[in-house]
Design a protein around this ligand. Structure first.
Ligand code: SF4
Length: 330
C-alpha cells in the first residue's frame, strides 16, 4: 500500500487543517460542508476562525505541526490566498513543512506553476460523473503535468458506487485515497433519498461503502481511510500534540488528548477566602485565578471541596480552550 507523505503526517496527528474558503463551483450531493462554512469566505485553522494570517502560524505552533492540509470548498477559487498562506508557513517552519491541497478542479498549467515550490502534494477530486471516462478527462492531463512539474499527485474521493472505473487512472498518480462515505448534517436528506443507512450507531460511516471500494482497494496505490480511523487515531493524535503544548501544570491530559481540570465559582464575598486556602495548601502552579472562578487540578478540588463554598465542577474539554466534552458538577 502506498501512503502519501501527507497521510503519514496525518496519521501522527501532525497536520494543520487549513480551510481556505467555503465557496465551491460544484454541488456534490454528498458534500460534507456545514451550513456555517458553506458559501462563506471565512478561513479556519483547525476549528478556529482566522482574522489575520498570523493566527494560522499560532494554531500550527500550538500543535507543533509538521505539515498543512489545505481544504475547502474549492481552494483554487482563492489561489492568491493559498499561495500567500503556503509562503508564510514554509517561511516560518522551513521548506520541509509538507503541504497538501485538495481540489475538485483539474488545475491548469498556470495554476500549477503558481503552486510550484509551495504545495508539495495535490489531491484531485474528480466528480463521480466523470469516473467512467477518467482517462479522457482533464484530471489525467493535470495529473501528468503536475508529475512533470515535481508535485506528488494523487486522487482523493469518497467511497461511492462506481469506484472501479478509476483503475485506469492509477498509472498516472502516486496514490489514490478513498474516504469512507460519511453521513452529516448537510447531506442527511440526500442520504435518505438514496436509501443509505448508517453502518452503526457509533460512527457516521454508511452501510456498504466498504463494498464499493473492494475492487479498487486490491491495488497497491490505493489507501482506504475509514471514518473510525479519522475519529479515533487522527483526531486523538492531533489533540494530544495540542495538549502537550498548551496544557497548564494542573490540567490532566487523557489518553484521548482531552484535558481535565476542576473549577470553582465562589461568590464575590468568599472568593478571597478560597484563594487564601489555595495559597496555603497548594503548589502555586496547581491553581489559577481566572477572575470570576478559580481553576485547579481536579483532584485538588475534590479534596478541598468541603472547605470552599460555591458552584464546583470538573471539566473535560479539547485542549487550548477547545470544545467542552463533559462538565460534571461536584
Ligand atoms: S467539491 Fe467538495 S466542497 Fe465542493 S461541493 Fe463537492 S464535496 Fe463540497
Amino acid at each position: 500500500m502506498t501512503l502519501s507523505q501527507g497521510c503519514i503526517l496525518c496519521h501522527q496527528g501532525a497536520k494543520l487543517v487549513l480551510f481556505v474558503t467555503g465557496r465551491c463551483h460544484r454541488t456534490c450531493w454528498y458534500c460534507p460542508l456545514s451550513s456555517e462554512r458553506k458559501g462563506t469566505d471565512t478561513v479556519f485553522a483547525n476549528e478556529y476562525p482566522v482574522d489575520i494570517p498570523a493566527q494560522i502560524i499560532e494554531v500550527a505552533e500550538s500543535m507543533s505541526a509538521l505539515g498543512t492540509g489545505i481544504t475547502g470548498g474549492e481552494p483554487l477559487l482563492v489561489l492568491d490566498k493559498v499561495t500567500a498562506y503556503c509562503r508564510q508557513l514554509k517561511t516560518h517552519f522551513g521548506p520541509e513543512h509538507q503541504i497538501h491541497l485538495y481540489t475538485a478542479k483539474a488545475p491548469t498549467d498556470a495554476e500549477l506553476a503558481e503552486m510550484q515550490g509551495l504545495v508539495d502534494e495535490i489531491r484531485l477530486h474528480p466528480p463521480q460523473e466523470c469516473w467512467e471516462k477518467i482517462h479522457e478527462s482533464d484530471f489525467i492531463r493535470s495529473a501528468k503535468r503536475a508529475k512533470e512539474m515535481g508535485f506528488d499527485i494523487g486522487i482523493e474521493i469518497p467511497a461511492l458506487p462506481g469506484l472501479e472505473h478509476l483503475v485506469p487512472a492509477l498509472p498516472y498518480v502516486d496514490f489514490l485515497n478513498i474516504n469512507e462515505l460519511e453521513w452529516g448534517e448537510s447531506n442527511a436528506y440526500q442520504m435518505r433519498e438514496r436509501g443509505y443507512e448508517l453502518a452503526d450507531e457509533l460512527h457516521n460511516a454508511i452501510e456498504g461503502a466498504k463494498g464499493w471500494a473492494e475492487e479498487l482497494c486490491r491495488h497497491d496505490k490505493v489507501h482506504w481511510c475509514s471514518s473510525a480511523f479519522k475519529d479515533s487515531v487522527q483526531l486523538r493524535e492531533r489533540l494530544k500534540r495540542i495538549a502537550q503544548n498548551t496544557a497548564r501544570a494542573f490540567d490532566e491530559i487523557t489518553d484521548d488528548g482531552t484535558i481535565v481540570y476542576g473549577v470553582i465559582k465562589p461568590s464575590e464575598s468568599n472568593k478571597g477566602q478560597c484563594l487564601r486556602l489555595c495559597k496555603d495548601t497548594c503548589e502555586p502552579d496547581s491553581y489559577e485565578d481566572c477572575g470570576d472562578r478559580i481553576e485547579m487540578a481536579w483532584w485538588l478540588l475534590t479534596e478541598l471541596s468541603d472547605q470552599m463554598d460555591g458552584e464546583k465542577f470538573v471539566i473535560e474539554r479539547y485542549p487550548n480552550k477547545g470544545m467542552i466534552v463533559e462538565m460534571t458538577p461536584l
